[in-house]
Write a new protein. Sequence first.
Length: 165
Amino acid sequence: MAYSRLLLAALLLSGLTGLTQPANARHWRDEAPFAAIQTVSPTCDNQDFLSKQLAFENGGAKADTPVHICGKVLAVSPNAKRTRSGWHGYFYLAVSPSVSIRIVSGLDEMHAPTWPWVSKGDQVEVVGRYYYDSIRRQGVDWTHHGTGRSWHVPGYVTVNGTRYD
């Protein structure tokens, strides 16, 4: 106990006050507080999504961004997968004839039946967070009603007219 007080006093006297402050954990995806609240289009806007994707691929800032996209389901992972943030279902959505995107649904957070509740060929509309880590690591998540400290836009998935949030 006396040793730790002596060490603290030595640090303070040497000007290293930053070492005496507790460290705050930060997730690698956490962004700075929103300077301006982001919003999402009230209707499907695949062109907006494609513009954001192209900007990211060409070296633009890779901040997570809200999107409202729609299209036909190309493929579905039949089994839900457990990750550190809960159970997730995955499917691929065609947003243009040549572009598809991975949709990640947080099943613990959604009001939906047992996975899979989407099938190949279904017409789907998605509101969520577009993330771009690299050309091979991108997708849309936060497709559920919940929001959090790092994300404020409630998402949803509408499958053939049935909305799941």
